[in-house]
Design a protein around this ligand. Sequence first.
Ligand SMILES: *[C@@H]1O[C@H](CO)[C@@H](O)[C@H](O)[C@H]1NC(C)=O
Ligand SMILES: *[C@@H]1O[C@H](CO)[C@@H](O)[C@H](O)[C@H]1NC(C)=O
Ligand SMILES: *[C@@H]1O[C@H](CO)[C@@H](O)[C@H](O)[C@H]1NC(C)=O
Ligand SMILES: *[C@@H]1O[C@H](CO)[C@@H](O)[C@H](O)[C@H]1NC(C)=O
Ligand SMILES: *[C@@H]1O[C@H](CO)[C@@H](O)[C@H](O)[C@H]1NC(C)=O
Ligand SMILES: *[C@@H]1O[C@H](CO)[C@@H](O)[C@H](O)[C@H]1NC(C)=O
Ligand SMILES: *[C@@H]1O[C@H](CO)[C@@H](O)[C@H](O)[C@H]1NC(C)=O
Ligand SMILES: *[C@@H]1O[C@H](CO)[C@@H](O)[C@H](O)[C@H]1NC(C)=O
Ligand SMILES: *[C@@H]1O[C@H](CO)[C@@H](O)[C@H](O)[C@H]1NC(C)=O
Ligand SMILES: *[C@@H]1O[C@H](CO)[C@@H](O)[C@H](O)[C@H]1NC(C)=O
Ligand SMILES: *[C@@H]1O[C@H](CO)[C@@H](O)[C@H](O)[C@H]1NC(C)=O
Ligand SMILES: *[C@@H]1O[C@H](CO)[C@@H](O)[C@H](O)[C@H]1NC(C)=O
Length: 854
Amino acid sequence: MGLGVFGSVLVLALLFKHLASQQPNTDDFFVSEFLNKMGLTSSQAYNFSASVCSWQGVSCDDNREHVVELVFSGMELSGTIPDNTIGKLGRLQSLDLSRNKITGLPSDFWSLNSLKGLNLSSNQISGSLTNNIDNFGLLEMFDLSRNNFSEEIPEAVGSLQSLRVLKLDHNKFAHNIPTGILKCQSLVSIDLSSNQLNGTLPEGFGAAFPKLTVLNLSGNNMYGRISDISGLKSIVNLNISGNSFQGSIMDVFQGSLEVLDLSRNQFQGIIPQVLYKFSSYNWSRLVYLDLSENKLSGDFFQNLSESLSIKHVNLAHNRFTRQNFPQIEMLLRLEYLNLSKTSLVGEIPDEISQLSNLRALDLSMNHLSGKIPLMRNEHLHVLDLSNNNLTGAVPPSVLEKLPWMEKYNFSYNNLTLCASEIKPEVLQTAFFGSLNSCPIAANPRLFKQRDTGQKGMKLALALTFSMIFVLTGLLFLAVGCRRKTKMWEFKQASYKEEQNISGPFSFQTDSTTWVADVKQATAVPVVIFEKPLLNITFADLLAATSNFDRGTLLAEGKFGPVYRGFLPGGIHVAVKVLVVGSTLTDEKAARELEFLGRIKHPNLVPLTGYCVAGDQRIAIYDYMENGNLQNLLYDLPLGVQSTDDWSTDTWEEADNNGIQNAGSEGLLTSWRFRHKIALGTARALAFLHHGCSPPIIHRAVKASSVYLDYDLEPRLSDFGLAKIFGSGLDDEIARGSPGYVPPEFTQPEFDTPTPKSDVYCFGVVLFELVTGKKPVGDDYPDDKEATLVSWVRGLVRKSQASRAIDPKIRDTGPDEQMEEALKIGYLCTADLPFKRPSMQQIVGLLKDIEPTAS
Ligand SMILES: *[C@@H]1O[C@H](CO)[C@@H](O)[C@H](O)[C@H]1NC(C)=O
Ligand SMILES: *[C@@H]1O[C@H](CO)[C@@H](O)[C@H](O)[C@H]1NC(C)=O
Ligand SMILES: *[C@@H]1O[C@H](CO)[C@@H](O)[C@H](O)[C@H]1NC(C)=O
Ligand SMILES: *[C@@H]1O[C@H](CO)[C@@H](O)[C@H](O)[C@H]1NC(C)=O
Ligand SMILES: *[C@@H]1O[C@H](CO)[C@@H](O)[C@H](O)[C@H]1NC(C)=O
Ligand SMILES: *[C@@H]1O[C@H](CO)[C@@H](O)[C@H](O)[C@H]1NC(C)=O
Ligand SMILES: *[C@@H]1O[C@H](CO)[C@@H](O)[C@H](O)[C@H]1NC(C)=O
Ligand SMILES: *[C@@H]1O[C@H](CO)[C@@H](O)[C@H](O)[C@H]1NC(C)=O
Ligand SMILES: *[C@@H]1O[C@H](CO)[C@@H](O)[C@H](O)[C@H]1NC(C)=O
Ligand SMILES: *[C@@H]1O[C@H](CO)[C@@H](O)[C@H](O)[C@H]1NC(C)=O
Ligand SMILES: *[C@@H]1O[C@H](CO)[C@@H](O)[C@H](O)[C@H]1NC(C)=O
Ligand SMILES: *[C@@H]1O[C@H](CO)[C@@H](O)[C@H](O)[C@H]1NC(C)=O
């Protein structure tokens, strides 16, 4: 009896085990439910009575109790994943459901907190990705590519701190890349390509990913500079093609880069010529380079010839200066060369024949002349020489290749095809275009028939042999084959019509006119960024400046008057009343000033606060105790300058009270200190140009904008006011500040100041620091007509730079350093903006000649 009971228990137990797969709340159950409800087709027979662990694509833990890995890829599973299926596999570490037709995820999906690998790529999942992903703290591989996800990438992506591979490409993700991603410091590969992301890269992007080797942001709408990318120490493959990134590509060449695709952006300026010793990128690593469809100017880089591994070069459609064909014959691995529309002149060199691996050559839309070289490249499949000025006969060695060509275009040249044996009607079918208009691009389809069709074969042979044996051919296409307009002549930058500007801003020295506009002074707040609780109002500003009395006036310039005052709380400030020159609304002006208030750098004069009072925008700065460079350098009398020349604005007290080292003896008479001012100013500008997004162009760099604070640190002032002033300011600057006007400002095609115009002005300040001479109107030995710039540049050119050194500092440091500084100033003041270095490079150059502490 006892045995009978025991026996039935045993049977029950066996039965139970047998039916385990059907029991709710087991992994067997969850997985079989999933497969059934997702429309598993009969062709993929699964034995549901066997343990789930034995199923194809399933792996379990050692006890065979829990599923840890599921690979159900390409099984035509369709629909939304139901709740209580996969989402309940609590031990699941790896899930691959790629290449199905899944349209949605269950709500319990986000509880799979053991997941290390998740691949849902190539499905049809819609909707947004929520912050629920923050449960996936162990996730290392996250692939949602090729779905229909939309809205933003959630900030919570920052919780995925183990993440190494992130693939979200080919979705509809929008908005900015979240700053949260900066926390995922283990990332090795990021692919966000082909989405709708916009905005700039999160600040600090480069430094956040020390291990990143692959970055693909291509095919989005992102913009801004990419100087941040220079921090990516391990980057190998970088693809940001098809965005709106702009600025210089100077900083990109670094690290272990092998594949670089910057095509279809708005990059400008020169390709780095590796001018500077601190740029030591090893070109021999580069395999793939695409810079096409940007606005790059200047010359090609000579260093390309060092890229001995390179296979793919595309520089097409840029704005380079006219230049000869680059030296490339040593690039023996080259397979693809595209120099279409790159302003090439001269002849195609015969050496191109030596590139035995070349498969595609595009030299269209240039000004190449002379004859087509023999082109013995045996693997050539694509040849586009259209739209040049090539003459003579198409050589037989080129025509021989026709049968295996995929694309062959000689159109719009002055070439002859010596094919007396070819009937005109045959020629007409073998080439695109009619003979009396503008052929000739070969028709590859016709030649492809070579194996089957007799006609094509004959034609190919005819072409070949006629070329070899017929000496004088027919001139098929000559004068008539030229387009009426020459394609390669770039449109001149649209001429900006000279505007009528009515003199300098008419500022009312009599401040009462505008003060009267403010009806209730105590109701107009003054924003002090660091001290929001102070509750300062316009009435306090009035009190601090004795109702903007002339007695507190520090300076009067084109930007408006500057007053000095102490605000409640003992804040010592310089109060700048901005003359209204723009149509900015009050709110926009306030937002702009708030923005400027957030810009902090040890070499910038901080904006302390602001006030929008009536028509006036008032900027409040920290007071600079030690005056400005102009006064210190030229020992100008301190105090109010009643002049309209902004370049002589000063903020100093008339009585010299606060000046620590007034008279500047022993201070500005040392090279070390002058170098410190130069470096600090350069850092400030480098920060504005490269560290701010969008970059800030100062537009009024000059000795009188460089101040010395209480600790004698140089600080640049007046940055970013241009927006608040409106566009009239540009013209104002172009006219004002004699001696600081970059040459491009006087060009008819001048459009708007660029970072390079700041660089020019910085160069002038650097000259002032080394020579102790004013930009104009000083005594320049041997050259009375000169300006400081023309005088020093002349001396540098004649290698006599040392003659320009200020006698006051001559013996306070090595001559070579001061000469080097003049050479840096020389680079900065180059006539052509693109020849000037960037502020970042200047900082590097100045650091190289830093006098050692003695
Ligand atoms: C299904 O699995 C059970 C248990 O492992 C086994 O006995 C049975 O033969 C299998 N059926 C098929 C059709 O493979
Ligand atoms: C995800 O699956 C797809 C298709 O099966 C595969 O090509 C891809 O490499 C996988 N993703 C990762 C990151 O392994
Ligand atoms: C993708 O998602 C959008 C909504 O974001 C929807 O309108 C569209 O139909 C979806 N497309 C597919 C193929 O599922
Ligand atoms: C970025 O994209 C979002 C959504 O498409 C849009 O609302 C926003 O205006 C865009 N922002 C910018 C600066 O283009
Ligand atoms: C993105 O770019 C990288 C690097 O060039 C490349 O390896 C990857 O295949 C690209 N991704 C897509 C989806 O094209
Ligand atoms: C960069 O990505 C685009 C697609 O967005 C692709 O067409 C291109 O081939 C990629 N470049 C490289 C070098 O992988
Ligand atoms: C660059 O790398 C190659 C091969 O790795 C090496 O032979 C060459 O010396 C390197 N060049 C420089 C300038 O470091
Ligand atoms: C790059 O080119 C410049 C100018 O031709 C040359 O001075 C330099 O040595 C080259 N190589 C490197 C790695 O900078
Ligand atoms: C060369 O580059 C241009 C610009 O990107 C492109 O339009 C053209 O198709 C390319 N030529 C070849 C042969 O790939
Ligand atoms: C084309 O070349 C001929 C000489 O071969 C030259 O006289 C002519 O000016 C060139 N035309 C253009 C537009 O470059
Ligand atoms: C040949 O080049 C010309 C000019 O670049 C172009 O208009 C024409 O479409 C090309 N023909 C073929 C068949 O590619
Ligand atoms: C075309 O080339 C021939 C010589 O091959 C020359 O006589 C003729 O002037 C050229 N025509 C043009 C428009 O350059």
